[in-house]
Design a protein around this ligand. Structure first.
Ligand SMILES: Nc1ncnc2c1ncn2[C@@H]1O[C@H](COP(=O)(O)OP(=O)(O)OP(=O)(O)O)[C@@H](O)[C@H]1O
Ligand SMILES: [Mg+2]
Length: 258
């Protein structure tokens, strides 16, 4: 097991000011993520999930509390943290290999070529190096975005609903692919998702957040053996447990079936 990529979120609160109104988005979040863990965060729309990822990646610095990576307090963005968004954000005028290689820092041209080629292979896009984003499917574009986020070998990869725009079958396939990449890279991953099955398939722990101001409501360990069987009784039981927790503090009157 790797010993770098430990994240510690301590007493983190965040407020935004919009038209003289203060919006309290995150309320005293405490979260400890071990090196190499896969964590999913679920919660209602607007509860502050993306905001929390933005704080961790360093895109927002105005907040209360501390965020530490391997014991070091974070201070702005750095190569030790990568992020993948819901939309792939590839540059349309660049090929896959140019998009993937764009952010590589401090390497010679030969090393760059090697890094680009190994990461394109890692995400299963070999043969599409010269393709432009418009020539890729949604799943392929997200693979390219994942490759781009890994080229500088971050300690932590943050994923904000990375598969949200894909159809259900492609998503299931991408779950296997994400698990494979996570194992191969031996990296800490924190993923925001609205999909409880996705969270259950991939995560060591699921973090349930309450509605805004987002509080950490519960951390649910997922002790199922990998690769996980979505059709198993244990999987269905875990799904029920997570959904029950999720519904507990929502004002919405959801009904659900398993
Ligand atoms: N830059 C900003 N300025 C002002 N308010 C913001 C800003 N970013 C986010 N917010 C507000 O913070 C709250 C949380 O937003 P956030 O995007 O973190 O939610 P979320 O949990 O990711 O929602 P979703 O599931 O819909 O993506 C929302 O009320 C949003 O309007
Ligand atoms: Mg969001």
């Amino acid at each position: 097991m790797k010993n770098t990529g430990t994240l510690s979120v301590k007493n983190v609160s965040k407020k935004f000011c919009v038209h003289d109104n203060e919006i309290h988005v995150l309320d005293n979040i405490n979260l400890a993520v071990k090196a190499g863990e896969f964590i999913s965060i679920i919660g209602l729309s607007g509860c502050g999930k993306t905001t929390l990822l933005r704080l961790i990646v360093g895109l927002e610095s105005d907040y209360e509390g501390d965020i530490l990576l391997d014991g070091r307090k974070l201070n702005g963005p750095s190569l030790d943290r990568g992020i993948v968004f819901q939309d792939h954000r590839l540059f349309p005028w660049l090929t896959v290999e140019k998009n993937v290689g764009l952010g590589i820092v401090g390497k010679s041209e030969t090393e760059k070529k090697e890094i680009i080629s190994s990461h394109i292979e890692l995400v299963g896009l070999k043969g599409f190096e010269k393709s432009y984003p418009y020539q890729l499917s949604g799943g392929m574009s997200q693979r390219a975005a994942i490759a781009r986020s890994l080229v500088n070998q971050p300690e932590i990869l943050l994923l904000d609903e990375p598969l949200g725009a894909l159809d259900a079958l492609t998503r299931m396939y991408m779950h296997q692919e994400l698990e494979r990449i996570w194992k191969k890279e031996n990296i800490t991953m924190i993923m925001v998702t609205h999909d409880v099955e996705e969270a259950l398939y991939l995560s060591d722990k699921i973090v349930v957040m309450s509605a805004r101001p987002g509080k950490l409501q519960k951390i649910i360990p997922v002790p199922l053996a990998r690769p996980r069987d979505r059709a198993s009784v244990e999987f269905a039981e875990m799904k029920e447990k997570v959904l029950e927790e999720f519904m507990l503090h929502t004002e919405h009157n959801f009904t659900y079936t398993i």
